[in-house]
Design a protein around this ligand. Structure first.
Ligand code: GDP
Ligand code: MG
Length: 437
C-alpha cells in the first residue's frame, strides 16, 4: 500500500499547479490502492469523497505546493480514519481493573494476554492472568508458560470448571493477593457461533469487565473487520488489539476496523516475542502507510535501547560523515539488543525491499563481521575507501573468511552509512516541524 501511494504522490509532487483533473486522477489511484490493500469498500468510498472535496478546494489549488497539500490532507484523513489520538486502557478507580480478551481461535488472545500483562507490569501494575479457555487442550498450559516467562502469576482451575466461575474466582484471587489488573483469557472458535457468544455474554454479565478487548488477526484483512463488527454488535467491545501486523503488509484491517466499528485500536501486535506489543498511534500508522516511515517509533525504540550518549556521538559522526567501520561494528552490536535489524530498518523512509534484503544480518554473521573488522588495520577501519583488492585478500585470509564476504561487508557498511544519513536528514526535518506540517 505504501509503495502504491508513494508512486501516486510522486506524480503529484512534481507538478506546479494542480487542476481538478489531476486531483481526481490521483484519487482514483489512491482508491485502487486502498481497495487492493483490502480496506472495506464503504470506508474507501467515504474516505475518497472527503479527500477529493478538500483537495479541490482553495486550500490546495491556490497553494504554492499543491502536491504537498494533497498529501497532507490524505495523511490527516487517514489519521482521522484510525481515530486521531492514542486510546489507552481505562483503569478502574477501584482496583482490580478487569480486562477481558475475546476473539476467534488463533487470533492471538493468549499470547497477547501475556504481552499486555508484560506492558502493564512495566507500568508498575501487578497483573494476574486468568485461564478461561477450557476447550483447547493445551490452552491453560500455554498461559502458564507465558506467565512464567514474564514472571506474572496465572490463575487456573483446570478444564472441568465453568469459565464464568473461573473468571469470578480469579477476580477474588486478585483481590486477595493485591493484583490490580485481571486479564481474562477466553476461548475462541474457528468461526463465530452462538455457543461462544453466549459464553462470552455470560462472563461479561457476571464479572462486568472494565475493558472488553477484541483480539483480531490483521492478516485476515476484510474478515478481521467482519469479525470486529459482529463481536461489537453482539457482545459490545471497548477496543481492538490488532495482532500480526508484522505480517500484514497491506494494512487494510488497521484502516477499516475503527471506521466500521467506531471502536479504537488500542494496541498492535508486531511479532511473536512477548515484547512485541505496542500502543497504537493513528498518526504514526498513517505516516507509515504513506511511506514516510515510522520515524517517531524508530526514535523511541532507539532511545529505549541505545545509550543516549553513544547515540548523540553517532549522530554527530553521521552528520560529519565520519562514521567508520568501528562505529558500524558498535552499531550492529547495539542493534542486536533492539531486536531484528530488519524490523528497525523497515521503519526508515525510502528504504526499498531490495536494500533491506542486502542488510539482513543474523547473529552468526555478526561474529564473522567482527572477525573481518578485527583483521583490518586501524587506518583501514577509519578510512574504508583505501581497502582495495590486495588489502581485501589479506583481510579475508586474516579473518578466515572469503574476499566475497569482505566485499559484502564493505557494501553493507556503505549502505548503512547512506541510510543513517537519510535518517539524520529526516530527523532534522522533523525537528524543524516536518511530518507534512
Ligand atoms: P489464541 O488462540 O487467540 O489464544 O491465539 P494464540 O495466542 O495461541 O496465538 C496464535 C499464534 O499467533 C501463535 O503462534 C502466536 O505466536 C501468534 N501470534 C500472536 N500475536 C502475534 C503477532 O503480533 N505477530 C506474529 N507474527 N504472531 C503472533
Ligand atoms: Mg488461546
Amino acid at each position: 500500500l505504501a509503495e502504491k501511494l508513494q508512486n501516486t504522490f510522486k506524480k503529484l509532487k512534481g507538478k506546479g499547479k494542480l487542476s481538478e483533473k489531476d486531483v481526481k486522477a490521483a484519487m482514483r489511484e489512491v482508491k485502487l490502492a486502498l481497495l487492493e490493500a483490502d480496506v472495506n469498500y464503504k470506508v474507501v468510498k467515504n474516505f475518497i469523497n472527503k479527500i477529493t472535496q478538500r483537495s479541490i478546494g482553495h486550500e490546495v489549488l491556490e497553494s504554492l505546493t499543491p502536491g504537498q497539500q494533497v498529501i497532507k490532507i490524505v495523511n490527516e484523513e487517514l489519521t482521522n480514519l484510525m481515530g486521531t489520538t492514542q486510546s489507552k486502557i481505562n483503569f478502574a478507580s477501584k482496583p482490580p481493573t478487569i480486562i477481558m480478551l475475546v476473539g476467534l481461535q488463533g487470533a492471538g488472545k493468549t499470547t497477547t494476554g501475556g504481552k499486555l500483562g508484560g506492558l502493564l507490569k512495566k507500568m508498575g501494575k501487578r497483573p494476574l492472568l486468568v485461564a478461561c479457555d477450557v476447550y483447547r487442550p493445551a490452552a491453560i498450559k500455554q498461559l502458564h508458560v507465558v506467565g512464567e516467562k514474564l514472571d506474572i502469576p496465572v490463575f487456573s482451575m483446570g478444564d472441568k470448571v465453568n469459565p464464568v466461575n473461573i473468571a469470578k474466582a480469579g477476580i477474588e484471587h486478585a483481590k486477595k493477593y493485591g493484583n490490580d489488573v485481571v486479564i481474562i483469557d477466553t476461548a475462541g472458535r474457528l468461526h463465530i457461533d452462538e455457543k461462544l457468544m453466549d459464553e462470552l455474554k455470560n462472563i461479561k454479565s457476571e464479572v462486568n469487565p472494565h475493558e472488553i478487548l477484541l483480539v483480531v488477526d490483521a492478516m485476515t484483512g476484510q474478515d478481521a473487520v467482519n469479525v470486529a463488527e459482529t463481536f461489537n454488535s453482539q457482545l459490545g467491545i471497548d477496543g481492538v488489539i490488532l495482532t500480526k501486523l508484522d505480517g500484514d503488509t497491506r494494512g487494510g484491517a488497521a484502516l477499516s476496523v475503527r471506521a466500521v466499528t467506531d471502536k479504537p485500536i488500542k494496541y498492535i501486535g508486531v511479532g511473536e516475542k512477548l515484547s512485541d506489543l505496542e500502543p497504537f498511534y493513528p498518526d504514526r500508522m498513517a505516516s507509515r502507510i504513506l511511506g514516510m516511515g515510522d520515524i517517531l517509533s524508530l526514535i523511541e525504540k532507539a532511545q529505549a535501547s541505545l545509550d543516549e550518549k553513544k547515540l548523540k556521538n553517532l549522530e554527530k559522526k553521521i552528520r560529519t560523515q565520519e562514521f567508520n567501520l568501528e562505529d558500524f561494528l558498535e552499531q550492529l552490536e547495539q542493534m542486536k539488543n533492539m531486536g531484528p535489524l530488519s524490523q528497525l530498518i523497515e521503519m526508515l523512509p525510502g528504504v526499498s525491499n531490495k536494500q533491506l534484503k542486502n542488510l539482513q544480518i543474523d547473529d552468526k554473521e555478526l561474529v564473522r563481521i567482527e572477525a573481518i573488522i578485527q583483521s583490518m588495520t586501524p587506518e583501514e577501519r577509519r578510512n574504508p575507501s583505501i581497502i582495495k583488492a590486495s588489502r581485501r585478500k589479506r583481510i579475508a585470509k586474516g579473518s578466515g573468511t572469503s574476499v566475497q564476504e569482505v566485499n559484502k561487508l564493505l557494501k553493507q557498511f556503505e549502505q548503512t552509512k547512506k541510510m543513517m544519513k537519510q535518517f539524520s536528514d529526516m530527523e532534522k526535518g522533523l525537528k524543524k516541524g516536518g511530518r507534512f506540517k
